[in-house]
Design a protein. Sequence first.
Lengths: 306, 269
Amino acid sequence: MSRNPLSTSFAGLKLRNPTALASGILGYTAESLQRVVEGGAGAVVTKSVGAAPRMGYANPTVVQANCGLVNAMGLPNPGIDEFVEEIAHAKIILQAPLIVSVFGYSAEEYALVAEKAVAAGAEALELNVSCPHVKQTGSEIGQNPRILAEVVAKVKGAVQVPVIVKLSPNVTDMAETARVAVKAGADALTAINTVKAMAIDVDTTLPVLSNTRGGLSGPAIKPIALRCVYDLYETVETPIIGCGGITTWKDAVEFFLAGAIAVQVGTAVALENPNVFHAINRGVKAYLKKKGYGSVKEIVGIAHRA
Amino acid sequence: MHTALNTLRTTPILSVKTESPTVKTYTLKDKLCAKAKPGQFLMLWIPGVDEIPLSVMYAENDRVSVTVKAVGDATRHLHSMKPGETVGVRGPFGNCFTEASGKILMVGGGTGTAPLLFLARRLATKAQRLSFVVGAKTKTELLFLKELNAVCTEQGVITTTEDGTYGLQCLVTEPLGKLLAATKFDMVYTCGPELMVSKIFNLTEQHGISFEASLERLMRCGIGLCGSCVIGKYRVCRDGPVFNAAQLSEVKSELGISKLGFDGERIPV
Ligand SMILES: Cc1cc2nc3c(=O)[nH]c(=O)nc-3n(C[C@H](O)[C@H](O)[C@H](O)COP(=O)(O)OP(=O)(O)OC[C@H]3O[C@@H](n4cnc5c(N)ncnc54)[C@H](O)[C@@H]3O)c2cc1C
Ligand SMILES: Cc1cc2nc3c(=O)[nH]c(=O)nc-3n(C[C@H](O)[C@H](O)[C@H](O)COP(=O)(O)O)c2cc1C
Ligand code: FES
């Protein structure tokens, strides 16, 4: 009997492999999520959706940095009342778990959006309490332990599906934030969202992003994200999903060894292409075989033995 | 994606040419964009204003030209800029037209004529026949008549205006029925308003002719990351902007019908 060495599970979600699409990358339509599943993703996270439509910021919204990208999209999204149709369609066509990313400006709003997303077919939720470039939501929620606890608890009280909390590296003590989220009921944690950053053009002497400040993603933040996952693994028992700069199978394996049960891939979808998930999975599988492991689950956190 | 292409380069405007009362061509110095192929686009940063996608109209040596119609804030601002002023570029991005041979027909609407002129110049020496239907609302908005006449085969340029001030008084799609029935073209290329594109797509399908169209969608990142520009399973910025007949059939439920707006909502094209 041959078992799939890549299959994994956390918080009640079953994944055919441990790679997922990160929020905000191609996450607007059911068909583009489907394209990513065809590209090998074991799960997908949608673009973050709020209670009302948002246009996002004017361009430039993305600027290239050395080994990464700085972005400030400004959470453009159609609002949950429009997005429920996309969720329902995605639920029908996707052969992988559908995780809807949610943001709000208050605990009530997070809960309201969450309820509607779940009613439309979301199999899990990821709470964006970590977007670094929109005022009064995202990391402004995640930075305040009292509000964070309230948001997580309210959403947990409103829905029956697993609730994942996505953490920001832009805090003094991420372990503290994680503990608060877990105590309030988080079923899993995603680490990390982008790292606050900016770019200035020397010729015009202007900040390039229309919003001036944005968040750094891609290979540049991988070592930061890896350290975050490693620390979280020593802090909480809750499953951790690693995210930040993962581009190759080796990157993914590092995150498993540090303690991630699964990984999310964002920027690499553009650096490479939507089939990057297949490439990562093939490499992880070969690694497991070479090292004599029967399942990816066996290597989660083993770097900590040292 | 090569990150060098996505790195923002600031560069002065070398020259500005007025093509029509609403359209100007800007030539910039940029080594990377100068290597663009017909169909590819660049992202043009108008400092402090916006960054917008524009098709390459010409590329040679270390220069690249784009042809821009003033339609809103960013394009109007660009129209007020003069040689010597600084803009930024990223790119070139996206795929390109396949370079067919034999009998070729191109159909250009508005500034959609620009990338086709670039292609026509490349194909001029190879094609057995090169015909071009170019349309506009009125005579003064017809683009590149002189340039097209120089590259197309004899009497190959057909012009249409909606108000009848020049050429045939009709939509640019009107002469196509006859043209396609009279000549077995090996390839039809088009770029322009999407309703025009979808009409021509239907016609070429009926006649069983190879077809490629360059599409437009709202673009932000330009590199296949943000999802603003998707049509069906395709990212127009990365998998396109040029799509062939087989791909267009896959996105029929959206072509000429809907696109994503700035907030990601599906809106009419
Ligand atoms: C691949 C591609 C190639 C293009 N090539 C050309 C060209 O060669 N010449 C030319 O004149 N125009 C071209 N366009 C269209 C051009 O990008 C828009 O006209 C321009 O962005 C309008 O900006 P604005 O601020 O002046 O107008 P706005 O008032 O902001 O918008 C007017 C309309 O332009 C479109 N638009 C606005 N912003 C964008 C954006 N970021 N991406 C795409 N569409 C947008 C929208 O449909 C909008 O309704 C191209 C678009 C794409 C996607
Ligand atoms: C263009 C872009 C848009 C993003 N949008 C969101 C979003 O809406 N919600 C969210 O939680 N994270 C968002 N992120 C963050 C990513 O999900 C991810 O946490 C981060 O980019 C690090 O992973 P990466 O290096 O693999 O991209 C976005 C990132 C990028 C580059
Ligand atoms: S513009 Fe961002 S994916 Fe095409």
